[in-house]
Ligand binder design. Structure first.
Ligand SMILES: [Fe+2]
Ligand SMILES: [Fe+2]
Length: 283
């Protein structure tokens, strides 16, 4: 049976601000330097990456059928709010003395190259990276213990982002499938997977290097930095180990992001963290 995006899916952009940083310490992931540096490295690339997704998706909106066209509009709004909030988060990192200029410059150069490619290739880059955010979002909501020891506000930011990434996880994929509907299925599969493997390689090597550079700025260097980061990512809690099966699901010709309907995690997280409209979560 072909899986599609659920008909009753609600993609609700929540205009929330997390600028106060009450009680946030430098090692805000419960004092764990490796966890903190990994999340900081992710946050540093989010604003430019999400701005790129918005630019890529917007032009496809008018030609998209309903409800996809409406979903693209909601996707754009959610990513715009994420960009704003991660910019605030990253400003805080700069205020704490972290030098992020090298990573930011690399992102700009990489995205300039991506913007020169065919719009459908740019769309498949977006589709691939949205799979990454969806599988990390699933892990975040399913295993909130990974965020134990963080301040309420820091946890709120990452949970909020994860909730919305799950809600809109099928939008780029459905747009890609719509735009390439006349392509031969084999070519379409090959195209999205060649891009996916390229994106995976870049993601793993770049985030690894960027996290090490952040650790270096906290005087954690050499083997200690490499072993510590390796253990965090692949052993315990094993952030990358735990998403590897979900990562591989993308490779299947029949893949669809909603093969796994994980909206129950959204309802749980909203309840557990009081992230409801009554608590200032406007829609
Ligand atoms: Fe996002
Ligand atoms: Fe996203």
């Amino acid at each position: 049976m072909t899986v599609t995006t659920p008909h009753d899916l609600v993609i609700a952009p929540r205009n929330v601000r997390f600028g106060k940083h009450e009680g946030r310490s430098r090692l805000w992931m419960g004092g764990n330097a490796f966890a903190t540096a990994w999340h900081n490295a992710l946050s540093v690339v989010f604003p430019a990456g999400e701005t790129f997704f918005i630019e890529v998706m917007r032009p496809f909106r008018n030609a998209a059928p309903q409800p996809l066209s409406e979903q693209i509009a909601a996707f754009v709004r959610q990513e715009a709010f994420h960009t704003r909030e991660h910019n605030v988060f990253n400003d805080r990192l700069k205020a704490e003395g972290y030098d992020l200029s090298e990573t930011e410059a690399w992102m700009e150069a990489t995205l300039a190259k991506a913007r020169a490619r065919h719009p459908v290739v740019q769309l498949s880059v977006t589709t691939a990276l949205e799979h990454f955010t969806a599988i990390f979002a699933h892990l975040t909501l399913k295993h909130p213990e990974i965020y134990a020891g963080t301040s309420d506000e820091a946890r709120g930011l990452w949970m909020w982002h994860a909730i919305e990434e799950i809600e809109h996880k099928g939008v780029a994929y459905d747009t890609f499938m719509h735009v390439t509907r006349t392509m031969w299925a084999g070519n379409r599969w090959l195209m999205r997977n060649l891009v996916f493997l390229q994106v995976t390689w870049a993601f793993l090597t770049r985030r690894w290097g960027e996290t090490l550079r952040l650790l270096e700025q906290d005087d954690i260097v050499g083997l200690r930095a490499r072993f510590g980061l390796f253990a965090y990512l692949w052993l315990y809690p094993g952030i990358l180990r735990r998403v590897s099966l979900s990562w591989a699901a993308y490779l299947a010709p029949s893949f669809h992001p909603w093969q796994r309907d994980d909206r129950n995690l959204i309802a749980d997280a909203q309840r557990r963290y009081g992230l409801t409209p009554e608590n200032g979560w406007s829609r």
